[in-house]
Write a protein of this length. Structure first.
Length: 321
Protein backbone atom coordinates (compact mmCIF):
# COMPACT_ATOMS: atom_id res chain seq x y z
CA UNK A 1 0.00 0.00 0.00
CA UNK A 2 2.74 2.42 0.91
CA UNK A 3 5.46 1.42 -1.55
CA UNK A 4 6.34 2.99 -4.90
CA UNK A 5 6.73 1.18 -8.21
CA UNK A 6 5.60 1.16 -11.84
CA UNK A 7 4.44 4.16 -13.91
CA UNK A 8 3.79 7.74 -12.85
CA UNK A 9 0.70 9.91 -12.78
CA UNK A 10 0.40 13.65 -12.46
CA UNK A 11 -0.77 15.26 -9.24
CA UNK A 12 -3.86 16.56 -11.02
CA UNK A 13 -4.83 13.06 -12.22
CA UNK A 14 -4.26 11.60 -8.76
CA UNK A 15 -6.39 14.26 -7.05
CA UNK A 16 -9.16 13.69 -9.59
CA UNK A 17 -9.09 9.97 -8.84
CA UNK A 18 -9.36 10.72 -5.11
CA UNK A 19 -13.07 11.55 -5.37
CA UNK A 20 -15.90 9.23 -4.39
CA UNK A 21 -15.14 5.83 -2.96
CA UNK A 22 -11.38 6.37 -2.99
CA UNK A 23 -11.64 9.50 -0.85
CA UNK A 24 -13.89 7.60 1.57
CA UNK A 25 -11.34 4.77 1.69
CA UNK A 26 -8.53 7.13 2.67
CA UNK A 27 -10.70 9.03 5.15
CA UNK A 28 -11.84 5.73 6.66
CA UNK A 29 -8.25 4.59 7.08
CA UNK A 30 -7.31 7.74 8.98
CA UNK A 31 -10.50 7.65 11.08
CA UNK A 32 -9.99 4.04 12.17
CA UNK A 33 -6.44 4.80 13.26
CA UNK A 34 -7.06 8.12 15.03
CA UNK A 35 -10.65 7.74 16.26
CA UNK A 36 -11.28 11.32 15.16
CA UNK A 37 -12.96 12.44 11.95
CA UNK A 38 -11.51 15.91 12.54
CA UNK A 39 -8.00 14.44 12.73
CA UNK A 40 -8.73 12.20 9.75
CA UNK A 41 -9.66 15.17 7.58
CA UNK A 42 -6.57 17.04 8.78
CA UNK A 43 -4.46 14.03 7.80
CA UNK A 44 -5.89 14.09 4.28
CA UNK A 45 -5.17 17.81 3.96
CA UNK A 46 -1.59 17.31 5.13
CA UNK A 47 -1.18 14.36 2.80
CA UNK A 48 -2.29 16.42 -0.18
CA UNK A 49 0.28 19.10 0.66
CA UNK A 50 3.05 16.52 1.03
CA UNK A 51 1.88 14.72 -2.11
CA UNK A 52 1.66 17.88 -4.22
CA UNK A 53 5.14 18.90 -3.18
CA UNK A 54 6.52 15.85 -4.95
CA UNK A 55 5.14 16.75 -8.39
CA UNK A 56 4.59 13.23 -9.75
CA UNK A 57 3.78 10.11 -7.81
CA UNK A 58 4.38 6.47 -8.56
CA UNK A 59 1.64 3.90 -8.55
CA UNK A 60 1.74 1.60 -5.56
CA UNK A 61 1.96 -2.20 -5.37
CA UNK A 62 -0.67 -4.48 -6.81
CA UNK A 63 -2.13 -5.34 -3.42
CA UNK A 64 -3.66 -1.85 -3.20
CA UNK A 65 -4.66 0.21 -6.23
CA UNK A 66 -4.25 3.55 -4.42
CA UNK A 67 -1.28 5.70 -5.38
CA UNK A 68 1.35 7.46 -3.27
CA UNK A 69 -1.25 9.68 -1.62
CA UNK A 70 -2.30 6.58 0.33
CA UNK A 71 1.21 6.29 1.66
CA UNK A 72 1.19 9.85 2.94
CA UNK A 73 -2.25 9.34 4.53
CA UNK A 74 -1.19 6.11 6.21
CA UNK A 75 2.06 7.49 7.60
CA UNK A 76 0.48 10.70 8.89
CA UNK A 77 -2.42 8.79 10.48
CA UNK A 78 0.02 6.44 12.21
CA UNK A 79 1.91 9.45 13.61
CA UNK A 80 -1.34 10.94 14.93
CA UNK A 81 -2.44 7.62 16.43
CA UNK A 82 0.83 7.29 18.32
CA UNK A 83 0.83 10.90 19.57
CA UNK A 84 -2.87 10.73 20.45
CA UNK A 85 -2.26 7.87 22.86
CA UNK A 86 -0.07 10.13 24.99
CA UNK A 87 -2.72 12.87 25.09
CA UNK A 88 -5.38 10.42 26.24
CA UNK A 89 -3.39 9.63 29.38
CA UNK A 90 -4.67 12.93 30.81
CA UNK A 91 -8.26 12.52 29.59
CA UNK A 92 -10.94 12.66 32.30
CA UNK A 93 -13.13 9.55 32.15
CA UNK A 94 -13.61 7.14 29.23
CA UNK A 95 -12.53 8.17 25.73
CA UNK A 96 -14.83 7.41 22.80
CA UNK A 97 -14.23 8.08 19.11
CA UNK A 98 -15.53 11.33 17.68
CA UNK A 99 -19.01 10.46 16.37
CA UNK A 100 -19.99 10.65 12.72
CA UNK A 101 -23.55 12.00 12.69
CA UNK A 102 -25.51 11.75 9.44
CA UNK A 103 -29.12 11.88 8.30
CA UNK A 104 -31.36 8.88 8.93
CA UNK A 105 -32.22 8.76 5.23
CA UNK A 106 -28.97 9.63 3.45
CA UNK A 107 -29.59 12.57 1.15
CA UNK A 108 -26.17 12.32 -0.49
CA UNK A 109 -25.18 8.73 -1.09
CA UNK A 110 -21.77 9.87 -2.35
CA UNK A 111 -20.97 11.66 0.93
CA UNK A 112 -17.69 10.09 2.14
CA UNK A 113 -18.93 10.14 5.75
CA UNK A 114 -21.99 8.11 4.81
CA UNK A 115 -19.80 5.70 2.85
CA UNK A 116 -17.50 5.23 5.84
CA UNK A 117 -20.30 4.43 8.28
CA UNK A 118 -21.59 1.56 6.14
CA UNK A 119 -18.66 -0.54 7.36
CA UNK A 120 -19.34 -2.87 10.28
CA UNK A 121 -16.04 -2.03 11.98
CA UNK A 122 -16.78 1.72 12.00
CA UNK A 123 -19.81 1.28 14.24
CA UNK A 124 -19.30 2.95 17.62
CA UNK A 125 -19.49 -0.40 19.47
CA UNK A 126 -16.63 -1.80 17.37
CA UNK A 127 -14.56 1.39 17.40
CA UNK A 128 -14.86 1.62 21.19
CA UNK A 129 -13.04 -1.72 21.50
CA UNK A 130 -10.61 -0.90 18.70
CA UNK A 131 -9.57 2.33 20.43
CA UNK A 132 -8.89 0.45 23.67
CA UNK A 133 -6.06 -1.45 22.00
CA UNK A 134 -2.53 -0.15 22.26
CA UNK A 135 -1.78 2.16 19.32
CA UNK A 136 0.67 -0.41 17.95
CA UNK A 137 -1.96 -3.16 18.06
CA UNK A 138 -4.59 -0.94 16.45
CA UNK A 139 -2.24 0.18 13.68
CA UNK A 140 -1.12 -3.37 12.88
CA UNK A 141 -4.67 -4.74 12.87
CA UNK A 142 -6.25 -1.98 10.77
CA UNK A 143 -3.47 -1.73 8.21
CA UNK A 144 -3.06 -5.47 7.75
CA UNK A 145 -6.66 -6.71 7.93
CA UNK A 146 -8.51 -3.75 6.40
CA UNK A 147 -5.94 -2.51 3.91
CA UNK A 148 -3.72 -5.57 3.30
CA UNK A 149 -0.50 -3.79 4.21
CA UNK A 150 2.36 -6.32 4.66
CA UNK A 151 3.81 -6.65 8.14
CA UNK A 152 7.21 -5.65 6.74
CA UNK A 153 5.85 -2.19 5.89
CA UNK A 154 3.97 -1.91 9.19
CA UNK A 155 7.18 -2.80 11.03
CA UNK A 156 8.94 0.10 9.33
CA UNK A 157 6.33 2.53 10.62
CA UNK A 158 6.38 1.17 14.17
CA UNK A 159 10.13 0.68 14.43
CA UNK A 160 9.88 -3.05 15.14
CA UNK A 161 10.39 -6.36 13.32
CA UNK A 162 7.81 -7.88 10.99
CA UNK A 163 7.35 -10.70 13.51
CA UNK A 164 6.53 -8.22 16.26
CA UNK A 165 4.11 -6.37 13.97
CA UNK A 166 2.36 -9.67 13.30
CA UNK A 167 2.13 -10.33 17.03
CA UNK A 168 0.55 -6.90 17.56
CA UNK A 169 -2.13 -7.73 14.99
CA UNK A 170 -2.71 -11.20 16.45
CA UNK A 171 -3.18 -9.86 19.98
CA UNK A 172 -5.50 -7.15 18.68
CA UNK A 173 -7.66 -9.68 16.83
CA UNK A 174 -7.87 -11.81 19.98
CA UNK A 175 -9.06 -8.82 22.03
CA UNK A 176 -11.67 -7.91 19.41
CA UNK A 177 -12.95 -11.50 19.25
CA UNK A 178 -13.17 -11.78 23.04
CA UNK A 179 -14.96 -8.44 23.38
CA UNK A 180 -17.60 -9.44 20.83
CA UNK A 181 -19.01 -5.94 20.24
CA UNK A 182 -22.68 -6.13 19.21
CA UNK A 183 -23.09 -6.37 15.47
CA UNK A 184 -25.40 -4.21 13.37
CA UNK A 185 -29.06 -5.25 13.30
CA UNK A 186 -31.82 -4.02 10.96
CA UNK A 187 -32.47 -0.31 11.38
CA UNK A 188 -36.19 -0.88 11.99
CA UNK A 189 -35.41 -3.06 15.01
CA UNK A 190 -33.10 -0.43 16.46
CA UNK A 191 -35.57 2.38 15.81
CA UNK A 192 -38.37 0.52 17.58
CA UNK A 193 -36.17 -0.12 20.61
CA UNK A 194 -34.96 3.48 20.81
CA UNK A 195 -38.49 4.86 20.50
CA UNK A 196 -39.76 2.46 23.16
CA UNK A 197 -36.90 3.44 25.46
CA UNK A 198 -37.60 7.15 25.00
CA UNK A 199 -41.26 6.56 25.83
CA UNK A 200 -40.31 4.65 28.98
CA UNK A 201 -37.90 7.40 30.02
CA UNK A 202 -40.45 10.14 29.38
CA UNK A 203 -43.03 8.36 31.54
CA UNK A 204 -40.52 7.40 34.22
CA UNK A 205 -41.58 3.75 33.88
CA UNK A 206 -38.65 1.95 35.49
CA UNK A 207 -40.03 -1.57 34.91
CA UNK A 208 -40.76 -0.92 31.25
CA UNK A 209 -37.34 0.66 30.71
CA UNK A 210 -35.53 -2.26 32.35
CA UNK A 211 -37.27 -4.75 30.05
CA UNK A 212 -35.79 -2.99 27.02
CA UNK A 213 -32.22 -3.24 28.32
CA UNK A 214 -29.93 -6.25 27.91
CA UNK A 215 -28.96 -7.90 31.23
CA UNK A 216 -25.33 -6.93 30.53
CA UNK A 217 -26.07 -3.48 29.11
CA UNK A 218 -23.42 -0.81 29.55
CA UNK A 219 -23.27 2.98 29.28
CA UNK A 220 -20.05 4.58 28.10
CA UNK A 221 -19.89 8.33 28.63
CA UNK A 222 -17.35 10.71 27.10
CA UNK A 223 -17.02 14.19 28.60
CA UNK A 224 -13.36 14.85 29.52
CA UNK A 225 -14.93 16.36 32.64
CA UNK A 226 -16.53 19.18 30.63
CA UNK A 227 -20.20 18.08 30.82
CA UNK A 228 -22.46 15.72 32.76
CA UNK A 229 -22.24 12.01 32.09
CA UNK A 230 -20.84 8.92 33.75
CA UNK A 231 -17.12 9.26 34.48
CA UNK A 232 -16.86 5.47 34.57
CA UNK A 233 -18.71 2.87 32.48
CA UNK A 234 -22.03 1.85 34.02
CA UNK A 235 -22.69 -1.89 33.75
CA UNK A 236 -25.78 -4.01 34.32
CA UNK A 237 -29.50 -3.55 33.79
CA UNK A 238 -30.35 -2.22 37.25
CA UNK A 239 -27.52 0.34 37.42
CA UNK A 240 -28.11 1.55 33.86
CA UNK A 241 -31.84 1.93 34.50
CA UNK A 242 -31.19 4.10 37.54
CA UNK A 243 -28.53 6.10 35.68
CA UNK A 244 -30.82 6.87 32.73
CA UNK A 245 -33.71 7.88 34.97
CA UNK A 246 -31.40 10.16 36.96
CA UNK A 247 -30.36 11.87 33.71
CA UNK A 248 -34.02 12.43 32.86
CA UNK A 249 -34.46 14.38 36.09
CA UNK A 250 -31.76 16.81 34.91
CA UNK A 251 -32.89 17.25 31.32
CA UNK A 252 -36.21 18.03 29.61
CA UNK A 253 -38.37 15.06 28.65
CA UNK A 254 -37.47 13.80 25.16
CA UNK A 255 -39.91 15.26 22.65
CA UNK A 256 -39.72 15.90 18.90
CA UNK A 257 -38.84 19.52 19.70
CA UNK A 258 -35.67 18.79 21.67
CA UNK A 259 -34.49 15.44 20.27
CA UNK A 260 -33.34 14.73 16.72
CA UNK A 261 -33.25 11.18 15.37
CA UNK A 262 -30.00 10.68 13.45
CA UNK A 263 -27.50 8.01 12.52
CA UNK A 264 -24.46 7.78 14.78
CA UNK A 265 -21.72 5.93 12.92
CA UNK A 266 -24.41 4.32 10.80
CA UNK A 267 -26.67 3.18 13.64
CA UNK A 268 -29.81 4.93 14.94
CA UNK A 269 -29.06 7.50 17.60
CA UNK A 270 -30.14 10.79 19.11
CA UNK A 271 -28.93 14.37 18.88
CA UNK A 272 -29.80 16.78 21.71
CA UNK A 273 -29.39 20.57 21.61
CA UNK A 274 -28.26 22.79 24.46
CA UNK A 275 -30.41 23.10 27.56
CA UNK A 276 -30.59 25.45 30.52
CA UNK A 277 -30.01 22.65 33.04
CA UNK A 278 -26.29 23.00 33.55
CA UNK A 279 -24.73 22.71 30.12
CA UNK A 280 -23.51 25.79 28.31
CA UNK A 281 -26.11 26.72 25.70
CA UNK A 282 -24.86 27.26 22.19
CA UNK A 283 -27.30 28.27 19.44
CA UNK A 284 -28.00 25.36 17.07
CA UNK A 285 -25.14 23.40 18.65
CA UNK A 286 -25.32 19.82 19.86
CA UNK A 287 -24.42 19.17 23.48
CA UNK A 288 -25.17 15.45 23.47
CA UNK A 289 -24.93 12.66 20.91
CA UNK A 290 -26.25 9.28 22.00
CA UNK A 291 -25.63 6.09 20.06
CA UNK A 292 -27.06 2.63 20.65
CA UNK A 293 -26.03 -0.96 19.97
CA UNK A 294 -28.46 -3.89 20.11
CA UNK A 295 -27.97 -7.52 21.13
CA UNK A 296 -30.63 -10.23 21.47
CA UNK A 297 -33.43 -7.76 20.83
CA UNK A 298 -32.39 -5.43 23.67
CA UNK A 299 -30.27 -2.29 23.99
CA UNK A 300 -26.81 -3.60 24.86
CA UNK A 301 -24.61 -0.50 24.67
CA UNK A 302 -25.28 3.22 25.04
CA UNK A 303 -22.62 5.71 23.98
CA UNK A 304 -23.20 9.11 25.57
CA UNK A 305 -20.88 11.69 24.00
CA UNK A 306 -21.02 15.13 25.62
CA UNK A 307 -17.45 16.42 25.31
CA UNK A 308 -18.05 19.72 23.44
CA UNK A 309 -14.68 19.37 21.68
CA UNK A 310 -16.05 16.33 19.84
CA UNK A 311 -19.33 17.99 18.86
CA UNK A 312 -18.09 21.17 17.20
CA UNK A 313 -18.84 19.81 13.72
CA UNK A 314 -22.43 18.95 14.56
CA UNK A 315 -25.42 21.27 14.23
CA UNK A 316 -28.90 20.50 15.53
CA UNK A 317 -30.35 21.80 12.27
CA UNK A 318 -30.08 19.55 9.18
CA UNK A 319 -27.72 18.71 7.66
CA UNK A 320 -26.05 17.48 10.85
CA UNK A 321 -22.47 16.91 9.75
Amino acid sequence: MFGHNRGVRSVEEAFTAESGSRHARLLGLAYRLTGSITDAEAVLRQARVRFAGGGDVADSPAHCPDDGLSGAVGELAVDRALSGAARREHYVGPWLPEPIVTLEVPARTTDPLERITRAEDVRMAALRVLQQLTPEQRIALVLHENFEVPFEEIAGMLGCTATTAGQYASRARRVMNEARPPRRVPATEQHELVEAMLAALASGDEWRLARLLHPHVSVHGDSDGKARTALRPVHGRDKVTRFLLSLMRKYPSPTPSNVRSVLVNGDPGLLLPGTSSGDVFRDSAAVRVVGFAVRDGCVAEIHDIVNPDKLTRISCSPPYG
